[in-house]
Write a protein that binds this ligand. Structure first.
Ligand code: PBE
Length: 310
């Protein structure tokens, strides 16, 4: 018989603990996992202060992420921290090096998926981020009549996610400017260039203004097309602007064309606003994607709905 009440209490607690652990142990595996995942996903929100690491405020993906926060009830109390793509990538790299949780706005084509081979998109059951995106070329009205050879070349330009990511990765890896890498790419890919320039006549110093956005993906396409246009005798300028300004410039004729319209989802709002005032030349790239991206070691977070409201 134990006389010491303290010891007795310890014993009782100990027995309860044994019973409790036994009860846990008898539960089936899936129940256990479900419990674990709800616990750890709750921690994820807390650990990252209910903050999605975003990019530039003007980006389509930033607008879409604000929408996602509105649409998903489980994202109540979450926010997007908007800054820049470079800052987002720095945060991502830091988190990965420390195996810490992070949720970023991510997209393809981008070299982040080559540099970090442990990233995954979160499932998006409500389809806020759309499925597969295309990158489209748009021309100003009248370009076909004014500069038919430029129009034809831009219309015939198309390539793949791998082509674009190749240039982006090479530039980020070597530290060389996208323009330099793009020029080399044009030299190394005569077959593609031949397709785009089929039936395009040489000109003598006709000027072309391409408008684009400031992301590496768009700097890659703009510089590749600019280089090929230059080889045909055009004088080309590339003006990087915000997404909204890019659509506006092609619509009001300030710019001749862009190769940087992400549709049907990413730039839907901008596209809609100006759609009567430009010519849609169709996709120049298929298979782009945007969404929320996390490192694979966040094993319990596979869907946006696995994140818990604040
Ligand atoms: N992006 C890259 C851009 C378009 C190109 C996905 C960051 C966006 O507007 O979201």
């Amino acid at each position: 018989m134990l006389k010491n009440p303290k010891k007795q209490l310890t014993l009782v607690i100990g027995m309860l603990l044994v019973l409790f652990l036994a009860a846990c142990g008898s539960g089936n595996d899936s129940e256990e996992n479900a419990e674990e995942s709800s616990d750890s996903s709750m921690n994820v929100g807390e650990e990252i202060d209910y903050t999605i690491t975003g990019i530039e405020p003007g980006a389509g993906i930033s607008v879409t992420t604000e929408k996602a926060i509105e649409e998903y009830e489980n994202l109540d109390g979450w926010q997007v921290e908007q800054s820049s793509t470079a800052a987002m990538v720095t945060e991502l790299e830091k988190a990965i090096n420390n195996e810490e949780p992070i949720v970023v706005t991510g997209w393809n084509p981008h070299w982040m998926f080559t540099k970090f081979d442990n990233l995954k998109y979160l499932e998006d059951p409500q389809g806020v981020y759309g499925e597969v995106e295309q990158i489209k070329s748009l021309a100003r009205k009248g370009l076909e009549e004014d500069k038919p050879n430029a129009y034809k070349l831009i219309d015939q330009f198309n390539w793949t996610v791998e082509d674009m990511e190749g240039i982006m990765y090479e530039s980020s890896d070597s530290g060389e400017d996208i323009a330099t890498v793009a020029k080399q790419w044009v030299e190394d890919n005569p077959d593609k260039v031949a397709e785009w320039t089929e039936g395009v006549e040489d000109v003598d110093g006709v000027s072309v203004e391409l408008v684009s956005t400031p992301w590496d993906s768009e700097r890659a396409s703009a510089n590749v097309v600019a280089e090929v246009l230059r080889q045909k005798g055009f004088e080309v300028t590339i003006t990087p602007v915000d997404v909204a300004v890019m659509f506006e410039a092609v619509a009001n004729g300030d710019g001749d064309a862009t190769m940087a319209a992400w549709m049907p989802q990413t730039h839907a709002d901008f596209y809609k606003d100006f759609k009567d005032d430009f010519v849609d030349l169709g996709a120049n790239l298929d298979g782009a994607k945007i969404g929320l991206v996390v490192p694979e070691y966040m094993e319990d977070i596979n869907s946006i709905e696995d994140l818990k409201a604040k």
